[in-house]
Design a protein around this ligand. Sequence first.
Ligand code: CMP
Length: 136
Amino acid sequence: ATERSLVLIKPDGVARGFVGEVIARIERKGLALVAMEHRLTTVAVAKEHYAEHAERPFYGSLVDFITGGPLVALVIEGPRAIAAFRQLAGGTDPVEKAAPGTIRGDFALEVQFNIVHGSDSAESAAREIGLWFPNL
Ligand code: CMP
């Protein structure tokens, strides 16, 4: 079934000039862009987005990182869009889990600085799209 997913090109991805590269991979896969915005993220939105990690030791540093510079937020759409983008991204750990050929496998070295975020389930996608694009 057609799905939507929230994708973030995180501040490291923007600073390193991978916006076009990430969007090109999304488009080549056949996924559609439904919304896209380059923006600075408030601490409130960052904390809400990563609420499930609130008790983790890296939470504070993750919120600092995600609010530390502009990012690009996108909503993508297509058949199995959530799993399809996670395939493009590769695993969270860009060295141990993400294969070469994936965004993280090709461009990242550290877990925190892993270039992109993609929703991990239909429930997360609905919550995250509501948070980042309340008008959709
Ligand atoms: P993301 O897919 O956005 O979901 C949660 C994020 O937390 C993850 O990508 C990483 O950027 C970050 N993260 C997960 N584990 C760690 C960790 N051990 N240390 C630092 N950051 C982490």
